[in-house]
Design a protein around this ligand. Sequence first.
Ligand SMILES: C[S@@+](CC[C@H](N)C(=O)[O-])C[C@H]1O[C@@H](n2cnc3c(N)ncnc32)[C@H](O)[C@@H]1O
Length: 251
Amino acid sequence: MDSFISWVGGKKLLRKDIINRFPSAFDRYVEVFGGAAWVLFYKDKGKNEEIYNDINGELVNLFRCVKYHPEAVENEFKLILNSREIFEIYSQNNTNGMTDIQRAVRYLYLIKASYASKTTSFGAKYRDITNLEYLHDVKERLSKVVIEHKSFDKLIKQYDKSGTLFYCDPPYHNTEKMYDTGDFVFDEVQHVKLRDMLGTIKGNFILSYNDDKYIRMLYKDFHIEEIKRSNNMALRTGNNKLFSELIIRNY
Ligand SMILES: C[S@@+](CC[C@H](N)C(=O)[O-])C[C@H]1O[C@@H](n2cnc3c(N)ncnc32)[C@H](O)[C@@H]1O
């Protein structure tokens, strides 16, 4: 199935290529940099344990509320008037006094009503964003997924064992600032730390990255494949230029 949100760097167009490269057997699947979880939603549930994680607390709260209270999210969402003024109030990021459901609805609204789902500027083009019936299917899909809110290093340490498959989709090199990661800045030190950790795990990893000299150099000891794909924005912008991404594995 599809994810219930768009997300900057979401892997809607790369998900098949990634899943086709999964190892034939694993008993624990961990999506380390979860975002909208396009790969997790597309993959078969299987019999494996599944873990979703992201450092963004508002996004994680949204996933948790949809998992446990989709009706409450849907009902509260219907009360919002879709307007630039409401968007601007919500984008001030003041969540004081809000319940978890209200925070989830605020964030879902920012994702749905913003330009390119970046949550920062109002996407003035009218779209009907009020039909949330599909949240019930999302709840079903997430029913056995463990939802974590940790930085990648702590998460990998916690869930590593032989039989774990980590899917890592970190902020791409030189686009790190596109994500709201609070006090945790994803810089080159973090790219190196991720490589070092993935180099010592007992489980398997599959990693997606932008095709970049620095990333090729960091992962030169692993299996690197180049995949060409069209731009996520191609339909909206008419820019059909292909660009390449890397899929990197330790198996
Ligand atoms: C490229 S996006 C993931 C997109 C996702 N694969 C999808 O299909 O939507 C990268 C994600 O990493 C998260 N992130 C950034 N720094 C992180 C960290 N230190 N630990 C865990 N997640 C982090 C961001 O919040 C963002 O959602």
